[in-house]
Design a protein around this ligand. Structure first.
Ligand code: WTA
Length: 654
């Protein structure tokens, strides 16, 4: 169970009611929410069937709702056919063709508005280009792009023809890209010459070339978007510029009507073992929860401008950028750049300029911007905002209060949304016009989501403030279907306990005396750095792959802005490096991990010792390492350790 200290949040009892102004306009009023919960309780399957009929345009209507015959491989709406891209674009053309679908802003300040009609035409042209290159239903396409509209166009184009996309975040290294391409056996890679971030060019094509030269035999074609404009190498017969690929292509493309369960995408995410796993999402079930949560949680209405700051490389950028909001016919904002370029007022300037009404970001961004003070947000007119959201990690009450007062001017409800790559969409979250919020709590489960907390034996914990395993006790439409190519791993990871009855989220949680959920942290060896999931084993494997390293253990320590910082304890083959040698080795290992995984995985601290603290049975004392990493006093007895002397070395005292 997690070691997180819950005392600080146990004292949090401030309550915030949604303003009357917000509730008056809100899509869901208290009675509507009550009715939804009641319907879901009375007839769970009927509830989801109704939602699916209401929110998805079907090509062939489904007659079966839930198929649990192969549990825990659940299937939804199996005999229905539909197309996700049709649902995100075509169905709006009758009355919203000229409405802005995407407002794009580049880091340099360049902007573009793309209407639904234009998006349709662009997606169709690109879909036809994919077909010309031989891509068809079921083929895997890896997308390694900067955060530009073409990333969404590429995703939608894949969906249109039934190809399965897998986005690899642009910050991942060549090696990570190669591993994902190989695991997915992708036939095509879509990338760009480069992206811009923090004033620098991110050399995506260079990394792609490196990946392709060290594996990736399944790749036949590479499509390259010109974005940064710097010189890159184009390989004859393999690489095509995006503009050439779409030249002369038709602006219509009949959607491929796929069965509801057809995989829409894979998304690799970290778990407790070394190898990231390809989470498989379905088409209809995924889209359904994407739509309902965008309507219920983000309250999207026709005049809203929704900015979710997540990159499409993460699940949040799938459900709350590329798919969900478009399926509701909303206008979204896409930004390629860093929140502090040219200064820490960038987000707030964009809110003013684009009249953003709904804003969704991560606690790490809020904490980072909060550090720059109130003057930046106060310089801009934030009166267009009506709703704020957060995701990715627990938000500390202090950051919540800053968001509430300085950004939301005490007018905007905050939705603290708990969910995961595997859940596909929000699970625990306030409903903005209804729920009385508490800073730091993700409050309650959405209608139709059966969330609970159980103890080691799988018994429900009813006692207030007692921590346990967070579980979901009934299947839901947007749940992960399997791990790509590894059904066993799906079962071992998500249904390892409690006779496979409940989905195990991997988080620990408690409910307070009012029934509010509080997330306490991960129960497995997964770190949450700036809202990004990283497996400790993944980083350890990268470290031991370095020729100078024999053993490594990775833990985290609390970090003011990033939530958690990565601390690596490393044992070298040669003598323990000290002084300048140690500094050199730290720099070497940090850049090594950057190459192996990506810059987000570089350890913040690296400490060397002659050995790791182990019990006499050889188990690494991770709890002790966490205490050392946090710089806290060691209160446990270390005399039972096999090698007590290393403790002082790891503390930097010897
Ligand atoms: C954590 C991101 C507390 C949690 C959508 C979860 C949160 C993991 C919250 C999933 C939140 C996400 N409060 N913790 N509001 N949102 N988490 O797959 O540990 O990148 O299991 O999905 O992030 O991370 P993932």
């Amino acid at each position: 169970m997690s070691d997180v200290d819950i005392k600080s949040v146990l004292t949090e009892n401030r309550l915030f009611k949604p303003s009357a102004e917000f509730t008056a306009k809100a899509r869901l009023k208290p009675d509507d929410l009550k009715a939804l919960h009641q319907q879901a309780e009375e007839d769970y399957e009927g509830f989801w069937a109704n939602q699916a009929r209401q929110h998805i345009d079907w090509h062939t209507p489904f007659t079966k709702t839930l198929d649990d015959s192969q549990a825990p491989h659940f299937k939804w709406f199996t005999d229905g056919t539909m197309n996700v891209s049709y649902n995100c674009i075509d169905r709006h053309l009758a009355n919203k063709a000229d409405k802005t679908a995407i407002i794009f802003e580049g880091e340099a300040g360049d902007t573009r508005h793309i209407s639904y009609q234009q998006l349709h035409d662009d997606v169709c042209q690109f879909a036809n280009a994919l077909k010309t290159k031989g891509i068809s239903k079921g083929d895997r396409v890896v997308i390694y792009m900067p955060m530009v509209p073409e990333a969404v166009i590429a995703m939608q184009a894949c969906a249109r023809i039934g190809a399965i996309h897998s986005i690899v975040f642009g910050g991942f290294s060549a090696d990570s890209l190669r591993d994902r391409i190989d695991d997915a056996q992708a036939a095509m890679l879509i990338t760009a010459d480069g992206g811009t971030r923090g004033g620098k060019i991110v050399g995506l094509k260079e990394a792609a070339d490196k990946a392709l030269s060290s594996g990736c035999d399944s790749i036949n074609d590479v499509i390259v978007l010109k974005r940064s404009g710097h010189d890159i190498n184009m390989q004859d017969g393999r690489d095509t510029w995006w503009s050439d690929a779409i030249a002369g292509q038709d602006k219509t493309c009949e959607p491929e009507w796929v069965e509801a369960e057809h995989p829409l995408f894979l998304l690799y995410t970290s778990g407790s073992t070394g190898k990231p796993k390809g989470i498989v999402h379905s088409s209809a079930g995924y889209l359904l929860n994407a739509v309902t949560s965008n309507l219920w949680v983000f309250d999207l209405q026709d005049d809203d401008i929704f900015w979710c700051t997540a990159d499409v490389g993460w699940i949040t950028g799938h459900t709350y950028v590329a798919y969900g909001p478009l399926a509701t016919g909303a206008s979204i904002v896409i930004f390629e750049g860093a929140p502090v370029i040219p200064d820490a007022g960038r987000f707030w300037k964009m809110v003013e300029q684009h009249k953003i009404t709904v804003f969704y970001t991560a606690p790490t961004a809020i904490r980072a911007l909060m550090k720059f003070g109130d003057d930046y947000p106060n310089k801009y007119d934030l009166s267009s905002l009506r709703l704020l959201g957060t995701v990715g990690e627990p938000i500390n009450p202090e950051a919540w209060m800053w968001y509430h007062t300085v950004i939301g001017k005490e007018r905007c409800p905050i939705v603290d949304t708990w969910w995961q790559t595997e859940t596909g969409a929000n699970v625990l979250t306030p409903i903005p016009g209804v729920t009385v919020t508490k800073p730091g709590s993700c409050t309650f489960a959405l209608p139709g989501m059966a969330v609970d907390i159980v103890n080691e034996e799988g018994e429900f914990i009813t006692e207030a403030n007692k921590g346990g395993y967070l579980v979901i006790t009934k299947p839901w439409p947007s749940m992960v279907r399997t791990v790509w190519g590894d059904d066993e791993r799906y079962i071992d990871t998500y249904f390892p306990k409690f006779d496979g009855k409940y989905y195990l989220a991997g988080d620990s949680a408690r409910r307070d005396e009012d029934g509010y959920f509080w997330i306490m942290g991960r129960i497995d060896d997964v770190l949450n750095v700036s809202g990004h999931r990283l497996g400790t084993m993944e980083i350890e494997s990268a470290l031991v792959a370095h020729e100078a390293v024999v053993e490594a253990a990775v833990v985290s320590r609390p970090h003011e802005v990033k939530g958690e910082a990565i601390v690596a304890f490393v044992i070298c083959k040669e003598d323990r490096p000290v002084g300048e040698d140690a500094e050199k080795m730290v720099a070497e290992l940090r850049s090594w991990v950057g190459e192996q995984i990506g810059a987000i995985a570089k350890p913040d601290d690296i400490r060397f010792a002659d050995g790791l603290p182990k019990t006499r049975s050889g188990k690494i004392m991770r709890r002790l390492l966490r205490t050392i990493a946090a710089g806290e006093e060691i209160t446990s007895d270390t005399s039972t350790l096999e090698n007590e002397a290393v403790v002082a070395q790891l503390q930097g005292e010897a």
